[in-house]
Design a protein around this ligand. Sequence first.
Ligand code: ADP
Ligand code: MG
Length: 601
Amino acid sequence: MTDIIHLLPDNIANQIAAGEVIQRPGSAVKELLENAVDAGADEIKLIINDAGKALVQVIDNGKGMSETDARLSFERHATSKIKNIDDLFRIKTMGFRGEALASIAAVAQVELKTKRAEDASGTYIEIENSKVKMQEPIAFNKGTSIAMKNLFFNVPARRNFLKSNTAELKHIVDEFIRVAMAFPEIFFSLQSNGQEVFHLEKGNLKQRILQILGNNYNAKLVNVNEQTDYLNITGFVGKPEAAKKTRGDQYLFVNNRFIKSAYLNHAIMNAFSDMIPKDSFPMYALFIDLDPAQLDINVHPTKQEIKFEDDKIVYAFVQATVKHALAQFSITPTLDFELDASIQQLDSINKPMTDEQRSNTANASSLFKTFSQKNQAHLAERSGDLKHWKDFYESPSTTTANPSVEKLHKEYEADQPLMQLHNSYVVMQKQNGFLVIHQQNSHERILYEKYTHAVAGKPIATQQSLFPTTIELSMTDAIELQELLPDMKELGYQIEHFGQQTFVIQGTPADVDAGNEKMVIEKMLEEYKHFSSDVKFSKREKLIRSMASQHAIKAGVSLSQKEMQQLTSDLFSCEVANTSPNGKPTYMSFYKEEMDKLFGR
Ligand code: ADP
Ligand code: MG
């Protein structure tokens, strides 16, 4: 037997590593623009040909590089931006991993021209497949030009993975905008196949937003500006009337770095809730600035995902700040910010705050207090409640989606005493026989329809937990749950992500008994996973189904007369009363005539 392990040649190792940083022309655009920003340029030009597949070139007037630095810049882990691991938490630059140029040089043909102000001549380097082809002094202005040609020329498989020019161009423009938006004090231009697509003069943020997103937003931008000891939030949000049907004009930056965060996006969307239709998206360009020590940027190779030391606080601030801004511009009635008398009476307001809430409130700005008080006033209506059985019965003219149900209603007495058998079945007499109702299947149906209405815009009221419970989940469950949180909120669960695998249940649906919410959520996740192979259901549908089955009264539970009345009345108000969500019957009909026959009558 011979040994089989060998070291990969540098250029192949680099090609493999490059896959993390450079997936498409747009990734190179991002990296090169960020380098130009880091170099202190105030003029940055981007030139592309053939959607970046043939050429991506960035020319800047920044500080340039010495001859040695120019050569070194293409080495992997070569950076001027950090020296040790602690520097990672003091980052003020866009780059720091020292991988971009090495990656680009591994998968394309690169030409670098650079010169520092203090040097007499500049440096020209040609590099391809990680190998220097040529290096010589040149005459050049102060600054740097890096041209990346024929991306993936040496990795045909990856070149084949590139999308159409339209799609790749869209990525490029997205990346260009994300950098240009964050630095309005820098001139940017973008030229594509010889045509100037963007020409962004230096200006302030508002001007930059209008240059990029269009003058339509003029007079529709609300200034956001909140400065605290912990963080600052500045920027603009679009007035509610400017919200669009497609997500798109939404930009969130942390320390000037564009980031993707479903969590914070949710905070912003929440601040807009009730002001815009459910399916529309407000514009925002918000900048969060905080001490880099409060952040971990190094959790993702392209740095578009970051971790906050305390993301809960950031969430709270973002949401409160945006609400505040919208209110100040009297877009939302100020009433929204004072707790009116009827709200003050609510349990959730009267209940003592948790220690954590208390300590947060104590040392935070008045804005934060507004937030935390407001947050306790969970006022969402219990609109999921269905028509009362009696009303329904007494007005047979009421239209119903299910004519056979309407017929059923007419056939028996609304207030007749009901009987429970085996703590599982409810027996109900009707004119020509009787019904045997399966309590669990029926309740699943009732909850399923209630939850469906809830996520369609009629949220279920939340009751704040007196003692918020913490749950610790496996990594996969944590990821799963995190994705479900916005929908769960509509279902009355207020759950917050509290570090990687920990969640805190702050509130539960008003009609769920406090105390076993932890178990309910764990079981719900368990059940949710069982649906996972079922591709025909959306995530939301799976959630609703799992929640309905978790919250349904189980067989074996004894019901009072009142509960049985409620159950039957709710069941027959359902749109589809005769089956559970997964198709099991909710009730069976027995006809007197047939019973008589059985008994020989
Ligand atoms: P990083 O940006 O993470 O440091 P890069 O591979 O992008 O890594 O760049 C390596 C180094 O090359 C940078 O740290 C910087 O010193 C230098 N460099 C890259 N681009 C430029 C530029 N446009 N102007 C001046 N220096 C640059
Ligand atoms: Mg860089």
